[in-house]
Design a protein around this ligand. Structure first.
Ligand SMILES: Nc1ncnc2c1ncn2[C@@H]1O[C@H](COP(=O)(O)OP(=O)(O)O)[C@@H](O)[C@H]1O
Ligand SMILES: [Mg+2]
Length: 342
């Protein structure tokens, strides 16, 4: 068994910074010496685009090194064993790798859904529930990875259910707005349901004989990552504060009790914030455009990347430093909560 930890970044709501956080956190963990593989499990391939740029996406179109093609032996019944993916090595960031996405990955969703619900009776599908886990484990071993960060699509798909069930930990990226509170409400129902389905699969006799074993996992909650809000005097502005309060209230009153019932929480001593907030990441403002242009996190931008001077440059450098500290703390927290050595 490898020691690699899989962390799912999940919210079925889109636009809450799942992809951005996977990239930024992956980069920060790698800069602290951890080997990290980021998985682009969203058919929209935003992470792949963010990391490789459009040029890279073009190059990828005739390249089999992506999550979907790697799984094709299992999903298209080719009698060959799944091979690890040759990951993309991120420029100028040692230790950071990407398992690229594929726009057709969602095509496997229906078959996987059947396998996850009908495998009691359908022996032909027995290798599918454990296939993604096998691919990720094999790839982690090839790279001697410490962390696998899984960027998921904004949906309640069977693929997402599978990714969630095979993860050791999960975090919920969210934003302080009405729709995110609604999303948290449905996650309070869905995540425990997914875990119960996982227990069924873990105990399913037919799956015991599968080539790709379904893992015995209880995904543990690391906390909410709240992002994309404006601040004044280091505090969220009034409009955002109201939704922060609602998220915190909902988390404490509904979400946490629902997870606790299924043992999906870590020991309480791991949570240093009483509202289970893992990080609060304010709006990147104009820095995001430079980050996207240079395929880098905001905190890794250099003076040359910015092309600014005078007080504009001084102000940008101050913000970059703040974001660096913030993501450094987030990475330290992740290492602490996953019992990794800093
Ligand atoms: N802290 C932030 N400040 C400003 N813009 C952000 C921030 N985080 C993400 N974004 C932008 O918001 C959009 C959605 O983010 P993304 O990471 O793609 O979300 P998701 O993966 O949840 O759909 C992207 O255009 C991204 O650049
Ligand atoms: Mg995304």
């Amino acid at each position: 068994m490898s020691n690699c930890k899989k962390i799912a970044f999940f919210n079925h709501k889109g636009g809450v910074s799942k992809t951005t956080t996977v990239f930024n956190l992956g980069w920060m963990l790698a800069s602290k010496g951890k080997k990290v593989i980021m998985i682009d499990a969203d058919s929209q391939c935003n992470l792949t685009g963010m990391v490789m740029g459009f040029k890279g996406l073009d190059e990828l179109s005739d390249n089999k090194n992506n999550i979907k093609d790697a799984l094709s032996y299992a999903f298209e019944s080719v009698p060959r064993v799944i091979e690890p993916v040759e990951c993309f090595e991120i420029d100028n960031r040692k230790n950071l790798y990407l398992m690229p996405g594929n726009i057709k990955f969602a095509e496997y969703d229906i078959t996987l859904g059947m396998a996850q619900t009908l495998s009691d009776t359908m022996i032909t599908l027995q290798n599918l529930p454990g296939a993604i886990n096998y691919l990720l484990d094999k790839t982690a071993k090839k790279y001697d990875a410490d962390y696998i960060l899984i960027d998921m699509s904004p949906s309640l798909s069977s693929i997402n259910q599978n990714l969630f069930m095979i993860s050791d930990y999960f975090t919920i990226p969210t934003a302080p707005d009405y729709f995110s509170v609604m999303a948290l409400e449905s996650l309070s129902n869905i995540l425990p349901k997914w875990y119960k389905q996982s227990l069924k699969l873990q105990n399913n006799e037919i799956l015991q004989d599968a080539v790709y074993k379904f893992p015995n996992k209880t995904p543990k909650f690391l906390g909410n990552i709240i992002q994309q809000f404006n601040v004044r005097n280091n505090q969220p502005t009034r409009g955002f504060k109201k939704w922060f309060d609602k998220i915190n209230e909902y988390t404490n009153d509904k979400f946490i009790p629902a997870l606790k019932k299924e043992s999906m929480l870590l020991d309480s001593s791991y949570y240093i914030d009483k509202n289970y907030i893992l990080s609060e990441i304010k709006n990147f403002n104009s820095l995001i455009t430079y980050a996207q242009e240079h395929n880098k996190p905001v905190f890794a931008l250099t003076k040359d990347n910015l092309g600014q001077s005078g007080h504009i440059l001084t102000s940008s450098e101050g913000s970059i430093e703040n974001f660096r500290e913030l993501f450094s703390n987030l990475a330290d927290n992740i290492m602490r909560m996953t019992d990794d050595k800093c």
